[in-house]
Design a protein around this ligand. Sequence first.
Ligand code: SAH
Length: 272
Amino acid sequence: MPKSYQGHTPRKRFGQNFLVDEQVISQITTAVNPQKNDTIVEIGPGLGAITEELVAQCDNVSLVELDRDLAAKLQARFTPEQAQVYAEDALKFDFNRITEAEHELRIIGNLPYNISTPLLFHIFSYNHHVKDMFFMLQKELVDRITAPHNCKQYGRLSVISQYHCDTEYLFTVPPHAFNPQPKVQSAIIKLSPKPLSSLPAIEPAHFSLVVSKAFNQRRKTLRNALKGVLDDGQIADANVNPKLRAENLSVDDFVRLSEQYDPQRNADQETD
Ligand code: SAH
């Protein structure tokens, strides 16, 4: 059982690894550079390691914390003018409750590693309201999100993330910056949603299907990995060589491939 820290026993099921290294905390706030009129949402503020600094610099801070004990502590510590506390699950949180303005939200979080990927996908659906995001994630995940094509770490998460956002690896954070210490290295990533007007149109379900199928069998050529989804002619029509493998394709290649997918034509060939 982990030791109590600041009167709270860290809960493993909520992925609680509290930041304790002052230098890392200040590196994060320097990267965010909060301005007085920014609209900031912190996900999983925990014991408020990063929050303190955000509240000091910015007038409009909202906190989404699933652990009711921690949410109560935050409510006692900050006035509603300093920070609005939502004792809720970030995975289900409706970010439109905070703003419906375009590209306004700045989202920050030392995220619970067990829910990082679903949380990113949830937030991507609000992307047109988001200005930027700064997340602490498992380093390996940050490597995957930022990986360029033709690289071993490049996969489904890279393609979906890079379709929606510009991604930037900021810095690595060692286990001893936390209490309790995680077993893995962590890293801070900055994600900046692309303006909707600059995104190539996709049918999200088709894009997701093509990308998933291509990477499910990433050692195979596209021709084989996409059997039942796209045939050679369709792959060629997307201007992609069917002998390549998923990791060789850029995000734009995947966009063009997904445009070729025709659910009608594939209805009787679908395997799953
Ligand atoms: N930001 C703090 C705490 C990080 S630990 C710090 O850096 O010290 C991760 C935090 O996310 C914990 O406070 C945990 O309770 C919270 N959390 C876990 N799952 C959550 C969810 N689904 N929604 C919102 N918060 C969650």
